[in-house]
Design a protein around this ligand. Sequence first.
Ligand SMILES: NC(=O)c1ccc[n+]([C@@H]2O[C@H](COP(=O)([O-])OP(=O)(O)OC[C@H]3O[C@@H](n4cnc5c(N)ncnc54)[C@H](OP(=O)(O)O)[C@@H]3O)[C@@H](O)[C@H]2O)c1
Length: 309
Amino acid sequence: MKVLVVGGSGFIGSALCRELKERGHDVTTLSRSPSSEDLPKGVNKVMGNVTDYGSIRGAFEGMDAVYNLVALSPLFKPNGGDQMHDRIHRKGTEHVVRAAEKHDVGHLVQMSALGADPDGPTAYIRSKGEAEEIVTESVLDYTIFRPSVVFGEGGEFISFTKLLAPPYLSALPGGGKTRFQPIWVGDLVPMLADAIESDDHVGQIYEIGGPDKLTLAEIARMIHKSDGRSTTVVPVPMGLAKVGLTIGDAIPGFPMGKDQYRSLQFDNVTSDNDVGAFGVGVGELTTLESYLNGRTGEADAAAAATTSG
Ligand SMILES: NC(=O)c1ccc[n+]([C@@H]2O[C@H](COP(=O)([O-])OP(=O)(O)OC[C@H]3O[C@@H](n4cnc5c(N)ncnc54)[C@H](OP(=O)(O)O)[C@@H]3O)[C@@H](O)[C@H]2O)c1
């Protein structure tokens, strides 16, 4: 199949391009500055910006399937407004859908996020919800993925957790009780690739999570333990955290702001983990702990070594 991966040079996108290439598809990636260093050999590169329809429409011609993976990180702090999330997620998706419809693309896979909701609590979640509405109201065959946090080589989840909850002493809002369901990128991308290979996935919205539901405090301890360190979690009352993180909005480089504070008030876990739709049992998925202890990291490195160069 001819496949376009919009946002294919990022963390999940580059792993997906590798998987699609290995399955024999003709893969093109589109992003603002696609670099060969981020992409497996043989992937075509197109430069474009989803906020500018004219810059992306030509890339959709002749494509059988398109993935939309473009994102602003949920860690992005929208100083003074939600416009950036709206431009990239909602308006960007509108442009992707318009181009896909114009060129009769057979299947669109939209990367969303757990909790996506136009009336949700953060700019990220609201714009993801609005983007989903654009996709489901289109004439396209679609599949929507709503993953929890994704970890693996090149991802920012582990490094961000270390920043938020440093070794030795971690002052976490609410004691770090918010739950996440981290999934390994190496488990997620085969499901993404399967989505375009069977009509069973058309019209489906999948909530996808890893094997364990872990609190932020548990994740922080696990990450530091794998580095041979420990951390003691000191709870910061949510009200006090809100004040501190509101100030954090204005400090460049500070890891948290108001939206990140709000996102810590809601668990990021599936109500019903849909990995079974891809013939995968929850028990077969890679745990964060086993990844941290190096076993899957070695598999990651081996996979990268076989496809690069
Ligand atoms: N990582 C996670 O834990 C996680 C969890 C849940 C959902 N998701 C979703 O999964 C998707 C991929 O996430 P990721 O972690 O792989 O993100 P990422 O590493 O930040 O990659 C984003 C990609 O989008 C491209 N991009 C950004 N702005 C663009 C624009 N205006 N026009 C065209 N391309 C643009 C980037 O390349 P350039 O910078 O070169 O343009 C890059 O290829 C996103 O939709 C994200 O919301 C991720």
